[in-house]
Ligand binder design. Structure first.
Ligand code: FHN
Length: 591
């Protein structure tokens, strides 16, 4: 396997570590002498080092909080205007009620810091078109249109700066349901829109405002570029870089003009994803903007596992909170984030500035991050007292738990290391086992490199995106259930390819189903984008008397690099809501 990318990452990580420590300001003032690429590279390095950030979706939608005229509106909270087709004139009235008197920038920034988050990105304007900052371009902003009358972004950017937390703005550059020439609102504005007018009159001037009024920005996080032309996106990127050459652009600016890549929402690549810097934007429950009835909070252990999973694969984790209309980050979110922060306080060495795994992941027992001379094994699903780790050729000088410093006995058997672990995890959230190795970089045995996937690959529910809001995870059986039929958004498991899989595969499903409820049709789908599968394998759920069994699905999946994700679901389920799906296994037939 090639170590070039890996080496580059390690050197970069070391550089970035020293930069981060020596730098109290997260974002240096532009030095015009440097070439643009150099400035971007410098910031990308720092960005890569940070690993964990806070995303904040906050806007007028926090007031209806998922309910309109007494009716529950399915889907993510910040989309309520769109989903309920609320006329502009009615939605605008929310501004007069929006008074987040409990907003406290210091508390929000402190929460980010307590959580171990190194950067923060907040919605300056979401798709509803309302500016959460003081904008001279329109009166439709938090200072002019609400009784609150303060600019919370001024306070928050200052509170972040004070703590050395990178500060960035989310800005919806194409979708704007408030504007006739923005994209998305066809209930008020059925006529054809003229994007250029909207760009010139709202987007470019507002983007200039957020660049000029809030100090050095770490990044601008654009979203849903839609149908903007390459020229329009180029102009937007130029506007940003002219005013702040150090400000990073995310890939959702469109037309490949970003500095780093976003995965899909809540979409974690199935294996190591290299070649570019990337970030996973993700939710703590099933919404970004506050929804009063969404209490489907993810388990902190699961989130700590996901953080380790993402860093092991080379990415950053941007985890969202949706404050209420009063300006309070929900208590449950705060508790989860503080739990993550406590874990990071002890185990941060294995996350910040760490490089991706040089090994592929055969299952979900462990993930791996690396620093010079050290391999960190994040044991996420405890294997019991005997743990075999394969593929490391480097001599291991010492193995110990990061949290306690306690030595862990092991024996070598060729390229396998057999560790004697305690019966129970040292830390139920993620026990980090550190290997001090004799090499600067781990030497990886042939057949175990991250780019050498095995003939059988398990895709567990644990590592899937749960699509739809009804699915639930059962920790003891590591399975997903409640694949009920839904009017909008099918309840499905989605596994993101990101180029890891190419070839022809048989598929096996490991599941359990009470025999009395068996019968519904399931499908394993291949998708090039967020729409319905263009190809599917189908079968019917058979009863297993409640035991987990593995069954082969008829047919084969031909997966290519253009396939975005693989799904499992029961789209028309009327009977088998109790089926528990633990994993699907891809068995290679041909390359
Ligand atoms: O439509 C938005 C959504 O509301 C949210 O802001 C997420 C965050 O990544 N981005 C969009 C969809 O991808």
């Amino acid at each position: 396997m090639t170590h070039r990318y890996f080496l580059w990452k390690l050197t970069g990580a070391a550089m970035a570590a020293s930069l981060l420590l020596s730098c109290s300001r997260p974002d240096p003032a532009p030095e015009v002498k440097k070439a643009p690429e150099e400035m971007t590279a410098e910031m990308l390095q720092k960005f890569d080092e940070k690993k964990f950030g806070m995303f904040i979706h906050w806007g007028l939608y926090a007031l209806p909080a998922g309910e309109w005229k007494g009716e529950y509106i399915r889907g993510i909270g910040e989309w309520i205007m769109f989903r309920a087709r609320i006329p502009v004139a009615e939605y605008e009235k929310l501004a007069a009620e929006f008074n987040p008197v409990k907003f406290n920038a210091e508390e929000w920034a402190q929460l980010a810091q307590d959580a171990g988050m190194q950067y923060l990105v907040i919605t300056s304007k979401h798709h509803d078109g309302f500016a959460m900052f003081d904008s001279a371009v329109t009166k439709y902003d938090i200072v002019d249109a609400t009784p609150f009358g303060r600019d919370p972004m001024k306070e928050l950017s200052a509170a972040c700066r004070k703590r050395g937390i990178g500060f960035g703005f989310y800005y919806s550059q194409d979708q704007d349901w408030h504007e006739p020439n923005g994209r998305g609102n066809d209930w008020d504005f059925p006529q054809e829109r003229q994007a250029q007018i909207y760009l010139e009159n709202k987007v470019l001037p507002q983007v200039k405002e957020i660049l000029k009024g809030y100090g050095d920005l770490s990044l601008i996080w654009f979203d849903t570029p839609g149908l903007l032309s390459e020229q329009q996106v180029t102009d937007l990127a130029k506007t940003v870089k002219t005013l702040q050459p150090y400000c990073l652009l995310n890939s959702r600016i469109g037309h490949d003009k970003g500095d780093y890549r976003q995965t899909g929402d809540n979409a974690i690549p199935i294996q190591v994803y290299s070649g570019t810097k990337w970030e996973v934007p993700a939710t703590l429950n099933d919404t970004w903007g506050f929804k009063k009835n969404d209490t489907n909070w993810k388990d902190p252990a699961d989130l700590i596992g996901k953080l380790a999973d993402i860093v092991s694969k080379g990415g950053n984790y941007l985890l969202n909170v949706g404050p209420t209309a009063e300006g309070v980050i929900p208590e449950a979110s705060q508790e989860i984030l503080r739990t993550m922060g406590r874990w990071l306080k002890t185990n941060g060495e294995s996350i910040y500035g760490a490089s991706a795994s040089p090994f592929y992941f055969p299952d979900i027992t462990w993930r791996c991050t690396v620093r010079p001379g050290k391999v960190y094994l994040h044991i996420l699903n405890w294997p019991g007292p005997a743990f075999r780790f394969q593929g490391l050729e480097s001599e291991v000088q010492r193995a110990y738990f990061l949290a306690t410093g306690e030595d862990v006995p092991f024996k070598r058997d060729g390229v396998a290391l057999d560790f004697a672990l305690p019966e129970k995890p040292v830390d139920a959230n993620n026990t980090v086992l550190v290997l001090d190795i004799a090499d600067e970089l781990p030497r990886v045995a042939a057949g175990f490199g991250h780019d050498e996937l095995p003939e059988r690959l398990d895709l567990y529910a644990w590592s899937a995106r749960f699509r739809g809001e009804d699915l639930r995870y059962d920790k003891p059986s590591k399975s997903a259930s409640n694949f009920i039929k839904a009017e909008t958004f099918p309840n499905e498991l989605w596994w993101y390819n990101y180029g890891a899989l190419e070839g022809e595969y048989s598929v096996e499903i490991t599941y359990s189903c009470d025999s009395k409820i068996a019968g519904s049709a399931y499908r394993v789908g291949l998708h090039t984008g967020n729409q319905e599968p263009y190809f599917e394998l189908a079968g019917r759920v058979e009863g297993t008397a409640g035991r987990f069994v593995t069954k082969t699905v008829d047919g084969a999946l031909k997966i290519s690099a253009r396939d975005q994700h693989i799904s499992f679901g029961l789209p028309g389920d009327t009977k088998s809501a109790g089926i528990k799906v633990q994993k699907i296994t891809l068995v290679r037939r041909a390359r």
